[in-house]
Design a protein around this ligand. Structure first.
Ligand SMILES: Nc1ncnc2c1ncn2[C@@H]1O[C@H](COP(=O)(O)OP(=O)(O)OP(=O)(O)O)[C@@H](O)[C@H]1O
Ligand SMILES: [Mg+2]
Length: 267
């Protein structure tokens, strides 16, 4: 199983859109995908997937529900772990709570090819914890100064403080793939110069008005406008992510993600 964490720094640049459409794209390719919504914002994954849920991970943390009771299969076939503000507590669980969660996740290990973690804006401790527990990290950014500065700030913390690699820049809302590549090259030069490490690139996501209408219709853009530019790009992103699958040395199932997250054992 591959664990892919999605972050940005600045809010509203397309993390949830990327997480959801990557999840749908990988599902369409025949993979079993779980999406963990660790985003406490309003435009969250369950809305974008048209799958409102009654219970969420907060109910697991409070002991009101089991994991099996809160995980839903969306109509796209994604196993969704609905997030809640309680997710913030994950970074400071008692050992007993932590082992209960790890136990709960161990029962679903074998079914999942990709676990995608959609995080909140900013670089709070809980976001960093999710990124550390992931095997690869996608940093979504837009071509505007505050988004570039925040993405760089996030990458800097991931590289310098967390000692992480496998960081992929995903330019979003760009005019063309060429424009996205140029934005990647710019930030990569800065990373090489000031952090001494390059970042990686998969593909960019074109600015596409279908994203907004899809969201208004509670659909991913891959369902709503499969012939559009953004859908084409998300299919390419899913293809690239699938092609990398299994190439990291880290392995394990969903429970290992939570073990790494809670115990920070293998990072
Ligand atoms: N490629 C795109 N083209 C056009 N609009 C887009 C694109 N990607 C995202 N959007 C729109 O940008 C808005 C913000 O996207 P999204 O909610 O995915 O961002 P986010 O980073 O998850 O935000 P938050 O930090 O609040 O969690 C949404 O209205 C979404 O439809
Ligand atoms: Mg979001």
């Amino acid at each position: 199983m591959d664990v892919i964490g999605i972050a940005s720094g600045k809010g509203g640049v397309g993390k949830t859109s990327t997480a959801v459409n990557l999840a749908v794209g990988l599902t369409l390719r025949g993979h079993k995908v779980m999406l963990f919504d660790a985003d406490m914002g309003l435009a969250n994954a369950q809305l974008t997937l048209g799958c409102p849920t009654e219970f969420n991970f907060g109910h697991v943390l409070s002991g009101e529900k089991t994991l099996e009771e809160i995980i839903v299969t969306t109509r796209q076939g994604i196993r969704l772990v609905p997030g809640a503000s309680g997710v913030q507590k994950l970074a400071s669980l008692s050992p007993l709570e932590a082992s209960a969660i790890v136990q709960a996740f161990s029962s679903i290990e074998e079914e999942i090819d990709f676990l995608i973690v959609d995080s909140a804006a900013g670089i709070s401790n809980s976001v960093l914890t999710f990124m550390q527990a992931s095997q690869r990290r996608l940093i979504v950014l837009r071509d505007e100064p505050s988004s570039i500065a925040d993405a760089y700030g996030t990458i800097k913390v991931l590289i310098n403080d967390c000692k992480l690699d496998e960081i992929y820049v995903v330019p979003n809302m760009v005019d063309s793939q060429v424009a996205g590549q140029l934005l990647y090259k710019r930030i990569n030069e800065v990373c090489k110069k000031f952090l001494g490490r390059p970042v990686k690139y998969l593909c960019s996501i074109t600015n596409d008005e279908h994203m907004l209408t899809a969201a208004r219709n509670y659909q991913s853009v891959l369902e709503y406008a499969p012939g559009g530019n953004a859908a084409r790009d998300f299919r390419k992103l899913a293809e690239s992510v699938a092609a990398m699958s299994g190439t990291t040395t880290a392995n394990g199932g969903v429970q290992f993600f939570f073990e790494r997250m809670i115990g920070q054992k293998s990072v």
